[in-house]
Design a protein around this ligand. Structure first.
Ligand code: AMP
Ligand code: MG
Length: 412
């Protein structure tokens, strides 16, 4: 059977991705969401020429020859409106953010002056017109688009939204996602420890991966390897926007996910991808629900989430940047690789003089979840590679942080 490449599988999934509908959220709840509307400035900012410094508003011609002594006619604080005009030989004491008075064309910072008396100041430096003045409208102009639809709401964007008085904004809805684990051998977190069982870690690792994307999933629990029970659980899951099914999609005789899910009307697109770990990963969709069949092995499940589920979810939430950020790092050891499948090796990263060093987190079995728990990133080994030598430049997808990019960034 022909296996899809990772990027072909990603593209196949992305063809089914549509942005979700739009909802209104309060600014306080908007961090990480994506704007579904253009946002315009509602006034000129600054609304008039203002001082960029604490100092004196002067006429630049008066201070062409220094030192020069000027008479202080007024004190202008931020929030005050000046009511006097600065004439030749005069100045006004001014604070940062306060409006520059009529007649003055420059601000002299207080450090370049010397107080002579209550009403007189000596200016020690010549300045050009416009010095230390923030011009009317230099931040934004009334009516101008300051944020376009598709912008992710970062702390800086939240500041701009507040600046233009948007207490509520339109954003793309977050997907409703359900997680179903399958397998007779599984024991759930609140069950007593049974030495013959396998703890269900996938539901919770997937839950945390979703939470890291800002999504609070529904945990549907564990379905036994029984077609009737599986059908019941899957039906419940198909009411969500996205259903993640862990396990049961391999070719074992008790892997019932495939026949049952097809019987429920899910149009499956693929069942295998040429990757390691994670090749038994499946994807399909109904009219309303995208279904991912994730491998039961704990590392495979998490890696497949990173490569396939996360980009799809970010696309649904309106993000332009859907892929994990990649960096180039220096490999600290040899890596063996059989040509055929793209491999994702879990690595730690250490800062070097210029860049980063990547080191495997240790044994890389697809059931060795500690290899993932210790990882800073996933190193992509191209499918056709016959192995990598210590010192090679390698591509690593960063697993931490909230920074994403708009292309996949690695060669397979
Ligand atoms: P499967 O894909 O169902 O054949 O499962 C492959 C391997 O992953 C088996 O060793 C399972 O015990 C293990 N596994 C399946 N589901 C989970 C889960 N939810 N948590 C941890 N391990 C699992
Ligand atoms: Mg199973």
């Amino acid at each position: 059977m022909e296996y899809l490449s990772v990027t072909n599988a990603q593209n196949c999934i992305l063809e089914s991705v549509n942005k979700l509908d739009i909802e209104t959220v309060r600014l306080e709840q908007s961090l990480g969401r994506v704007l579904a509307e253009d946002v315009r400035a509602n006034r000129d900012l600054p609304p008039y020429d203002v001082s960029a410094m604490d100092g004196f508003a002067v006429r630049s011609a008066d201070v062409a020859n220094v030192p020069a002594t000027l008479t202080i006619i007024e004190d202008i604080k931020a929030g005050d409106m000046p009511d006097k005009t600065v004439h030749a030989g005069q100045c006004a004491r001014i604070m940062t953010g306060a409006p520059v008075p009529q007649g003055a064309d420059a601000v002299m910072r207080v450090e370049d002056t010397q107080a002579l008396s209550e009403n007189n100041v000596q200016i020690n430096r010549a300045v050009k017109p416009g010095n230390d003045i923030r011009r009317l409208g230099e931040n934004m102009r009334d009516g101008e688009i300051v944020l376009t639809a598709g912008t992710e709401i970062t702390p800086g964007v939240a500041g701009i939204l507040a600046t233009v008085k948007r207490a509520r904004v339109q954003v793309y809805r977050r997907p409703r996602v359900a997680i179903l684990s399958t397998g007779n051998e599984l024991e759930d977190i609140d069950d007593p420890v049974d030495p013959n069982k396998i703890p269900n870690s996938n539901s919770y690792a997937l839950m945390a991966q979703l939470q890291a994307l800002g999504i609070e999933p529904a945990l549907l629990g564990i379905a036994r390897d029984d077609p009737a029970e599986l059908a019941e659980y899957l039906q419940r899951g198909l009411r969500f926007d996205v259903l993640l099914v862990s396990g049961g999609s391999s070719v074992g005789v008790h892997d019932y996910v495939r026949p049952v899910i097809e019987a429920l009307g899910v149009q499956m697109q693929f069942w295998r991808v040429a990757m390691k770990p994670g090749h038994p990963v499946a994807f399909g969709a109904t009219e309303k629900c995208m279904v991912f069949g994730l491998p039961g092995n704990p590392v495979s499940s998490m890696v497949c989430f990173e490569e396939f589920v996360a980009p799809a979810l970010r696309g649904m939430m309106g993000h332009a940047r859907i892929y994990r950020r990649t960096i180039v790092a220096r490999l600290t050891h040899n890596v063996k690789h059989q040509p055929g499948r793209t491999e994702f090796i879990r690595v730690t990263l250490a800062k070097e003089a210029d860049g980063y060093a990547a080191t495997s987190t240790g044994a890389q079995g697809s059931g060795m979840l500690l290899s993932m728990a210790r990882a800073d990133g996933l190193m992509a080994v191209p499918a056709d590679s016959a192995g990598l030598a210590a010192g090679s430049a390698v591509t690593v997808q960063l697993l931490d942080g909230t920074v994403f990019q708009d292309d996949v960034g690695f060669k397979e």
